[in-house]
Design a protein around this ligand. Structure first.
Ligand SMILES: NC(=O)c1ccc[n+]([C@@H]2O[C@H](COP(=O)([O-])OP(=O)(O)OC[C@H]3O[C@@H](n4cnc5c(N)ncnc54)[C@H](O)[C@@H]3O)[C@@H](O)[C@H]2O)c1
Length: 370
């Protein structure tokens, strides 16, 4: 099987611990990818520590040196978020296919600038949104599509927790904050689900962002509501102010509802054909003895439960599935599942949320920071 030769820019939490780990530790990816170069100014992070590491892997202190290595067939851009577009463009212009970490950017004009370069160079480009392949989300998607829940009124997704943070992911000028850090995962899933109800942009977006516990100046409280014709309401929360999180996913439907958390999805529904129907009644509700009474009936609910099989739970599974799709896209022309049109819609929503919530800036990032 052909192995795609990979060069990874950045050996931090993502470049080293996610991408390099996936390529060098997950058997299905070890067969398909070969990490032949990594770049990071911190020497200790570049070391070949994984059992599947190629001993000939080249180490560079700066990504510009890596881009001189023309043996590389796929560049993974795992630098920090504010440099994603510039470095991805530089890599495509240097002749490389690119997979770029999320968030691609915080502005649609930047997505379009990048897409123009992709068009001009003819290079492959994709954004790493591995949560699209999370089995829990995929199960929720499938149950919704099966129709057992009837018309879907609302999907709530909440990635809530409690914590204080003081790293670069709290700094607005580094393209950070929870809307750009954590929210791209559930937002990407919601863009996929949204599109299944019609490939149109949301008509209304409500957003409330706040910086409460972060030490930087970017938001750690995110509430977003999306609304559009023929689409369910999407209600998304990512907060660091919640010590009592409930469900990560909740689906409100005509014939039933569904919840998802951890590794389990549960859904409960009745079958309209079994339940019969009612005539609407204008006269006051009453018993046979003419006493007042509320509408009530016994619906026969069916309940189902799905638990993610142990081999498919965890981060490595999502990343493996993501890169299997990328491998097929590069080698056979298979369409990428995380479409660039969906990424563009995600960034348009993020930009609108920021427009509605300008937060004061208090952190100055030195020029040239990478
Ligand atoms: N998809 C996911 O689940 C996921 C998880 C974590 C991070 N991320 C994303 O990955 C990106 C990186 O985040 P992180 O947490 O790994 O940050 P990080 O700070 O841990 O890593 C960034 C790395 O870039 C290196 N670097 C700096 N200058 C460089 C240069 N000139 N050439 C090459 N490397 C250079 C740094 O030394 C550091 O090791 C962010 O965009 C983040 O949103 C995604």
């Amino acid at each position: 099987m052909k192995k795609i030769k990979v060069g990874i820019i950045g050996q931090g939490r993502s470049g080293r611990n996610i991408h390099r780990h996936l390529f060098e530790c997950c058997p299905l990816l070890q067969e398909r990818f070969d990490v032949i170069a990594v770049a990071d100014p911190i020497k200790e992070r570049r070391a070949n520590t994984n059992p599947g590491a190629n001993p000939a892997c080249k180490h560079y202190a700066d990504y510009k040196e890596l881009l001189q290595n023309k043996e590389i067939e796929l560049v993974v851009n795992a630098c920090r978020s504010h440099k994603h577009v510039d470095i991805a463009i530089e890599a495509m212009e240097a002749g490389f296919n690119v997979v770029c970490e999320k968030p691609l950017t915080n502005r649609v004009s930047e997505v379009d600038r990048l897409l123009a370069v992709k068009e001009k160079t003819g290079k492959f480009f994709a954004v790493f949104q591995q949560a699209r392949f999370r089995p829990l989300y995929r199960k929720i998607y499938d149950v919704i599509q099966s129709g057992v829940l009837g018309k879907i009124a609302m999907v709530k997704v909440a990635y809530n927790g409690f914590g204080r943070r003081w790293d670069w992911q709290t700094i607005q000028d580094m393209c950070a904050g929870e809307l750009l850090n954590t929210a791209p995962h559930p937002l990407d899933q919601m863009m996929d689900l949204w599109e299944s109800f019609g490939d149109t942009d949301p008509e209304r977006i409500f957003a409330k962002l706040d910086c409460i516990n972060n030490y930087g100046d970017a938001e750690d409280f995110v509430k977003v509501i999306l609304e559009g014709k023929d689409h369910p309401i999407i209600d998304l929360e990512v907060t660091k102010e919640c010590l009592f999180p409930t469900y990560q996913y909740q689906v409100f439907g005509e014939n039933g509802s569904m919840v998802g958390n951890g590794e389990t999805v549960e859904w409960k529904y009745y079958v309209p054909a079994e339940a019969g129907s009612h005539e609407v009644r204008i006269a006051t509700m009453e018993t046979e003895g003419r006493l007042p009474v509320y509408c009530s009936e016994q619906l026969n609910f069916y309940q189902e439960k799905w638990t993610c099989p142990p081999e498919a739970s965890g981060f490595d599974d999502w990343g493996t599935k993501y890169y299997l799709n990328i491998y097929d896209a590069i080698t056979k022309g298979t369409p990428i599942k995380v479409k660039l049109s969906q990424i563009r819609r995600q960034i348009a929503i993020i930009e609108e949320c920021h427009r509605q919530n300008p937060l004061p800036k208090s952190v100055k990032v030195p020029e040239g920071t990478l």
